[in-house]
Design a protein around this ligand. Structure first.
Ligand code: HEM
Length: 514
């Protein structure tokens, strides 16, 4: 998610309570909705007393009044669901639901221009520095226009396959690096891998940062992009003073973002120069996927908009993928049986030394099942996505007024024994289909949607999945993973910053296969 897109959707209770939109979008009237006599909003179960004070009540659920903050908000929500059920109301403007029917209903009613709660600190930064807003910050028609231009080259099933060969080279370099690293360096290495891999898509070139000698410039970029993510999270909590003056946190955020953007900008300028030259010379083959060229060919987009969009993808596409990889490898390292089965699939389709290709990737069904199960055990985001609808809806029999922030709690849904057998067990087989295309276990189709669905779903899904498959297939082809920590996967604590990451460093041992 675009990292900051994700940041936009989750938690931010102080911000969420502000949302009551007066949308003019075409509205489905309550009378259209399949419900009779819905109960009023105020009857939705949830914490009462000070917690239900309009606007500020939900803030009392968080630090310093409790042990919860934006990083462990999933634990707060779990506790509330245990107490109140699948739909809960927080204060006067926030609802979370893990009822699959509600989730489906919200997506069906999200409208042409779905709205997610925003990440204001980034928006404030972009406005103050007079930078173009990317997909991460836009809404309405402006969002739709930009989305339309970019999704042509990102969401088609084959979009990512165009890059598979170059990204496979990045995975090869990762293996080389993994041969000599200590377990405690794995997290950093996966982050660098994710940057290098998405850069292939964004700039049509290798940055060359997955090498022995990482330059100071690259180190600075890595540090600042991490700081950017971390501070974006901090910006969520409490009253948004940064909107009115430059608070110390805002200043740190501003400096980190300036530097992270600065690095990306240099890359973009170089790549744009080449792309413009190709356009001039007529040497660009439009059948060849080239994100920058496709955007340049769209006269409706300015060069500044293109730059900001590419930066959006770069930032959004790194931490998300790196953290998912980390959680996935941690699951595999605790399940030698699963690893062995996956290794056999790799031998069958890729061979002992071969690569993942556009031909054999679709055959790797077990690999895909393993990733799905990893997403289920450690949902990548603390809830799911969220929406602010332009009209009233009825969820779980209660009226939910327009403008309410509706958190779709898919994370909770895919851990609920009502819908998933043995939810704490890592069992990729549950995602496999039999010869008739039927899943071995019945699972609600709306349950596991880590990239979300609908017109505002994750634009980078194909790239993220491909980068993860490339890395994991190569890692399992070359190493046996083990873990000194023998706790079951479901007991591993995850912190959301904003993507799920192991609270304790992953301590995975990589043993070279003979
Ligand atoms: C495992 C990795 C990833 C996960 C779990 C993830 C998840 C998500 C989710 C849940 C959303 C919100 C969708 C919604 O509200 O309906 C989202 C949006 C988005 N993601 Fe990802 N994402 C990942 C990787 C990426 C990558 C690699 C890129 C870029 C190449 C990317 C770019 C975006 C963008 C630009 C949006 C905003 C789309 C919009 O608002 O139109 N994501 N992502």
């Amino acid at each position: 998610m675009p990292t900051f897109r994700l940041l936009r959707h989750y938690g931010h209770l102080s911000k969420l309570v502000e949302y009551r939109l007066n949308s003019t979008a075409a509205a489905t009237q309550l009378s259209d909705i399949n419900t009779t006599n819905p109960k009023p909003f105020k009857d939705i179960p949830g914490p009462t007393g000070i917690y239900s004070i309009p606007k500020i009540g939900p803030l009392f659920l968080l630090k310093p009044f409790s042990n919860y903050n934006i990083f462990n908000i999933h634990e707060l929500l779990d506790g509330l669901c245990d107490k109140y059920g699948s739909i809960i109301r927080l204060g006067d403007a926030v609802v979370f639901t893990s009822n699959p029917k509600d989730i489906e209903y919200v997506y069906k009613n999200e409208g042409k221009y779905p709205v997610r709660p925003g990440l204001d600190i980034l928006e404030v930064y972009l406005e103050r520095t007079k930078k173009e807003k990317g997909l991460g910050v836009l809404n309405g028609e402006k969002w739709a226009k930009l989305r339309h231009s970019i999704q042509k080259v990102t969401v088609r099933p084959k979009s990512a396959l165009y890059y598979i060969e170059s990204q496979s080279g990045v995975a090869e370099d990762l293996i080389h690096q993994l041969r000599s690293i200590k377990p405690e360096d794995l997290r950093e290495m996966l982050f660098i891998y994710a940057v290098e891999s998405i850069a292939v898509v964004c700039f049509n070139k290798r940055l060359g940062i997955l090498g022995e000698h990482v330059t100071d410039e690259v180190k600075e970029y890595l540090e600042n992009s991490k700081l950017f993510l971390k501070l974006s999270n901090h910006g969520f909590m409490g009253f948004p003073f940064y909107k009115y003056f430059e608070t110390p946190t805002y200043k740190k955020f501003r400096d980190a973002t300036d530097k992270a953007y600065g690095f990306g900008k240099v890359q973009i300028e170089e790549s744009l120069e080449k792309a413009l030259q190709m356009k001039k010379d007529g040497t660009w083959n439009p059948d060849q996927s080239n994100l920058l060229m496709t955007m340049l060919a769209d006269d409706r987009l300015s060069v500044n908009q293109i730059s900001s969009m590419v930066l959006d993808l770069l930032v959004a596409g790194t931490d998300s993928t790196a953290k998912t990889l980390e959680l996935f490898l941690d699951c595999l390292s605790r399940h030698p049986d699963v690893q062995e089965k996956l290794y056999q699939e790799i031998l069958e389709h890729m061979g002992r030394h071969g690569d993942l290709t556009a031909d054999n990737l679709p055959k790797m069904k077990y690999l895909a099942a393993c990733l799905k199960e990893s997403f289920r055990i450690h949902y990548p985001v603390p809830v799911g996505t969220s929406r602010i609808l332009p009209h009233d809806v009825v969820l779980s029999g209660y009226t939910v007024p327009k403008g309410t922030m509706i958190g779709l709690n898919n994370r909770r849904l895919v851990k609920n024994p009502e819908y998933i057998k043995d939810p704490t067990v890592y069992r990729p087989e549950r995602w496999l289909r039999d010869g008739h295309g039927v899943r071995t276990e019945e699972i609600p189709s709306i349950g596991l949607i880590p990239f979300s669905i609908g017109v505002r779903n994750c634009i980078g899904r194909r790239f993220a999945e491909q980068e993860i498959y490339l890395a994991v297939a190569k890692i399992i082809q070359n190493f046996k993973l083990s873990n000194k920590d023998t706790r079951p996967v479901a007991e591993r604590k995850v912190t959301y910053m904003p993507f799920g990451t192991l609270t304790e460093q992953p301590m995975i041992n990589l043993q070279e296969r003979p």
